[in-house]
Design a protein around this ligand. Structure first.
Ligand SMILES: Nc1ncnc2c1ncn2[C@@H]1O[C@H](COP(=O)(O)OP(=O)(O)O)[C@@H](O)[C@H]1O
Ligand SMILES: [Mg+2]
Length: 369
């Protein structure tokens, strides 16, 4: 039932504005695939092209190899879930879920058993006779999800489905969505600008910027070995340091240096990206000296904002951060303390000065031609 999606060199223009210049992706059958990027980068535009609500100016989109460019939206067999639930206010939960099946002229018994199954799967059977106005946001979104999948669509498209929910409910609902998707096994394209949500739900993620895919990969690949500086700072926090590569040595501006075995260059200027949790504090004055500017106690860890010596870090970063894991720690630092930190050479990423390219060996941005 479910299909693979091929997107080949597609172009989207509005008037003389090019929103998507040339985008290619292969989404596997049954995969939970997420388009992640800042607001305005073209995620909804691309999703609407897959759905058939947007024209495609050039290139091709196929389902299981069959080009769908000219197939109208209502013939593409797609289930959709949006941010604003879009369920019928005058129909009960059950009637909302039944709606798509009734249009398809199934037998009464067939409709009943399908609806029963889905109501149970998304856990809304207990309030199946209620009107939507008597449901919470999370419950309404469950109804929208049930209604989208009850028709057994070839593809499920979701555009920021959790954006209207509060933080706690967002976490709960992303588990519901992931769980239901896994059980139904349907190819899903999910759009979000929330990187944590993307990491939590996706089989694979495509990070987009200005209509261009920056990196496609597993959540852990994108987090640990980002293809460029944009991905490294958009997904989680990265502290960016000026550095030089000399042979297999990575040197920071204060002279501190570490050995790296995975650099693609032996003589280069660059930017080293160190995540807040990748610093190891040292007691013997080895490492890079920093001053604690502020401390935020967060329970599992303590987040410190840091200041390094002149010239150490790339200018104009929102903050330089160190997270101290409280698992094995007894001593907290205070504002004003001078500390020495060693970045973990196994975790560190190095980029060209313009942040466009990683200088770590073996990184594949996964961007199809
Ligand atoms: N119907 C439209 N006409 C003109 N420009 C549009 C239209 N829809 C979207 N855009 C523009 O396309 C870009 C991408 O928008 P969108 O796909 O909604 O981004 P995202 O979903 O990533 O926030 C934005 O610059 C937006 O202003
Ligand atoms: Mg959008």
């Amino acid at each position: 039932m479910s299909v693979s999606i091929g997107i080949k060199n597609v172009v989207k223009r509005y008037g003389n504005m090019t929103i998507i210049p040339d985008l290619s992706l292969e989404i596997k059958n049954g995969e939970f695939f997420t388009l992640l990027g800042p607001s305005g980068c073209g995620k909804t535009t691309l999703l609407r092209m897959i759905a058939g609500f947007n024209s495609i100016e050039d290139g091709e989109i196929d389902f299981d190899g069959k080009v769908i460019n000219n197939i109208p939206a209502n013939k593409r067999n797609i289930g959709m879930v949006f941010q604003n639930y879009a369920i019928f206010p005058h129909l009960t939960v059950r009637q909302n879920v039944e709606y798509g099946l009734k249009l398809r002229k199934l037998s009464k018994a067939g409709i009943k058993s399908k609806v029963d199954e889905i109501l149970k799967l998304v856990r809304i059977e207990d309030y199946q006779n209620r009107l939507p106005e008597r449901l919470s946001g999370g419950q309404q979104q469950r109804v929208a999800l049930a209604r989208a999948i009850v028709i057994h669509p070839s593809v499920l498209l979701m555009d920021e489905p959790l954006s209207n929910l509060d933080a706690k409910l967002r976490v709960e609902m992303r588990e519901v969505i992931k769980d239901v998707q896994r059980k139904v096994g349907i190819t899903t394209v999910y759009v979000t600008h929330d990187q944590e949500e993307a990491l939590a739900v996706s089989d694979r993620i495509a990070v987009m910027k200005l209509g261009v895919i920056q990196h496609v990969g597993l959540p852990q690949e994108i987090y640990m070995r980002p293809a460029n500086g944009f991905v490294s700072t958009f997904i989680g926090h990265s502290n960016l340091f000026n550095c030089t590569i000399d042979g297999t040595t990575l040197k920071f501006a204060d002279g501190y240096s570490i050995e790296m075995k995975n650099l693609t260059e032996t003589s280069h200027n660059g930017i080293a990206a160190v995540r807040p949790e990748e610093f190891v504090p040292s007691e013997n004055g080895e490492g890079m000296q920093a001053k604690i500017v502020s401390r935020t106690f967060l329970g599992k860890y303590v987040q410190y904002k840091l200041e390094f010596k002149e010239g150490m870090v790339m200018p104009d970063q929102p903050s330089i951060e160190y997270s101290q894991d409280l698992g094995g720690v007894i001593h907290l630092y205070n504002t004003g303390d001078a500390i020495f930190l060693k970045p973990n050479p196994l975790k560190i990423n190095v980029f060209t000065n313009d942040l466009e390219k990683s200088l770590i060996r073996g990184i594949d941005a996964g961007v199809a031609g």
